[in-house]
Design a protein around this ligand. Structure first.
Ligand code: GLN
Length: 542
């Protein structure tokens, strides 16, 4: 029988619902249950693909090409599973499904209404995703914060499900307790208001996960329990932690697994969080830093820095650095800073530098200048998607002496389009068909023996996730190879170049991938290319 755990957020956005949802999944997995996770986003966009990362954070890509919210990345990383588009929905996609069914007379002449039809479609999609993954427990995170007009619809769906299956649904509110003043106390009132807001929607939270700078004392727990009509043991402390991978271990300290199982009347089949505890231990104890720079441009939000746009890159780096039992020291470097010569020297302070994906012309010349410096000074470099394309452009300009080599993304008329759009992609752009139309999701690639890539994967055929329109122009492949670039990975039909690298005798680690390896790195099994990049970074330090 399927059990449902809903996660909603109170008090503020960015409170950590995604990590809480993923951690609850991890705990239940460790107790022997098969778990899947679903994210519901309240926006009207059909997917996250058309949004700027500074608006909504990273666009995560699934094997089947779904462009979705970054929380899906957390689920995959914590649960160590591959999710599909069935696990993601937005207000837009739910409405689209209902409207399509209505057009096909799927409602048999009835008046189709928001309540119940939209809500029932939400529940229908949840059941489908759970069936597809053969889960005993499905965790559903609802984006946004309770009280927003946008997510009322989803609260209503939970209410309907609770009527239908009173013993199988659990509602968890992730809240935040602000610390007032330097010697003040943790304040519970905003959490009480959030619980009351749920009450107004006909819902009572079963569990409150209280995010705060420190663990809650008994007094705070009592206060929340009393005012929100629940038992003290149902209030779980979620203090700030050094690394998100400590969260499941911390939750278990407050017996969250036990509380959930009791409420859902489930008997644990085992309890084994050992690997994860070991990882948490490493994240706490690691001392020797590995200093990595990330040269990007999606950092700014007003006066604040937002690392969310590159979250999978950051996590992939951490997985590999923890693998070597070292301490991640990651720095955000704004690409624009590197268009002048002076700042380039700064790059030698880093043990390695990553240039992640991107779109458009802003920051590009700075990234190209940085790549040139990294190549010449033999500093470990990992280029992801745009990062790989720009490495090819830099090589074209500096080594092949094609002075104006570029991508047609920036200059369609360029004399040397070393990076160019595929004819099928060109047609889509002419039709203004931008949504969900890039080369998306998992594609196979063949690796060349004796290369850095082959040495990392130790496999002949790999599968990696993509999100791009442009490719290395086949007309330049031979010329680039003659001058030293090794295309160590390519599509099975050899039409598309997937990995570009320089031989080890030329450079300790200079690798670019057309795909996004960061999407497949997992905390206990770091991605092979990130792992080798970090190994090279550690060697440089020595
Ligand atoms: N803008 C490039 C393209 O569309 C790279 C995309 C990316 O880095 N994800 O091909």
């Amino acid at each position: 029988m399927l059990k449902y755990i809903f996660i909603v957020g109170g008090v503020m956005s960015g409170v950590g619902k995604g990590v809480a949802a993923a951690s609850i999944g991890k705990i239940l997995q460790s107790r022997g249950f098969s778990v899947t996770a679903i994210k519901i986003d309240p926006y009207v966009n059909l997917d996250a693909g058309t949004m700027n990362p500074t608006e909504h954070g990273e666009v995560f890509v699934l094997n089947d090409g779904m462009e979705c919210d970054q929380d899906m990345g957390n689920y995959e990383r914590f649960l160590d599973c591959d999710l599909s588009s069935a696990n993601y929905m937005t207000t837009g996609s739910v409405y689209q499904a209902v409207i399509n069914r209505e057009r096909n007379l799927g409602y048999g002449g009835k008046c189709v209404e928001v309540v119940p039809h939209i809500c029932l479609e939400v529940l229908n999609k949840i059941d489908k995703a759970a069936a597809k993954s053969k889960a005993n427990v499905v965790i559903v995170e609802i984006g946004g914060t309770v009280g927003e007009y946008q997510n009322i619809l989803f609260l209503e769906a939970i209410r309907i499900l609770k009527i239908k299956k009173p013993n199988d649904v659990l509602l968890s509110l992730v809240s935040h307790l602000p610390l007032q003043g330097s010697e003040g106390e943790l304040k519970t009132k905003p959490t009480q208001y959030a619980a009351r807001t749920l009450n107004a929607a006909g819902l009572q939270p079963d569990i409150i996960i209280a995010r705060a700078p420190m663990p809650l004392d008994k007094k705070r727990k009592d206060k929340i329990a009393f005012n929100c009509s629940m038992a003290e043991e149902d209030v779980i402390s979620a203090p700030d932690v050094n690394s998100i991978y400590e969260v499941p271990v911390n939750f278990e300290k407050d017996n969250l697994g036990g509380v959930i199982l009791k409420k859902l009347k489930l008997k644990p089949k085992k309890q084994d969080l050992k690997d994860w505890e070991k990882l948490a231990e490493i994240t706490r104890r690691a001392k020797n830093p590995v200093k990595i720079g990330i040269v990007g441009k999606y950092f700014g939000t007003g006066d604040f820095i937002l690392a969310d746009s590159y979250i999978s890159v950051i996590e992939a780096l951490k997985h590999s650095i923890y693998f070597f039992k070292k301490k991640p020291e990651l720095h955000w470097l704004n690409a624009d800073e590197f268009s002048g010569q002076d700042n380039l020297k700064k790059l030698s302070e880093y043990d390695g530098v990553v240039i992640p994906g991107g779109f458009g012309s802003r920051g590009v010349e700075g990234k190209i200048a940085a790549i040139r410096y990294l190549r010449e000074k033999k500093i470990p470099f990992l280029g992801l998607c745009y990062g790989m394309q720009l490495a090819v452009i830099e090589y074209g300009r500096s080594v092949l002496r094609l002075k104006d080599a570029n991508t047609t993304e920036i200059n369609p008329e360029v004399q040397h389009p070393v990076i160019d759009i595929l004819p099928e992609q060109k047609k889509l752009l002419e039709e203004k068909n931008y949504g969900g139309s890039m080369r998306l999701g998992a594609y196979p690639a063949v690796l060349k023996k004796g290369t850095i890539a082959y040495g990392a994967y130790k496999e002949h055929l790999i599968s990696e996730r993509h999100r791009h329109r442009y490719e290395v122009n086949p007309l330049y492949v031979k010329k680039l190879e003659e001058k030293g670039i090794v295309f160590s990975g390519f599509s099975p039909d050899r039409r598309l170049m997937e990995i570009a690298e320089l031989p080890k005798k030329e450079h300790p680690f200079f690798v670019g991938t057309q795909f996004h390896p960061e999407f497949k790195s997992r905390p206990l099994s770091p991605h092979p290319l990130f792992r080798e990049f970090v190994r090279a970074a550690i060697n440089k330090k020595r």
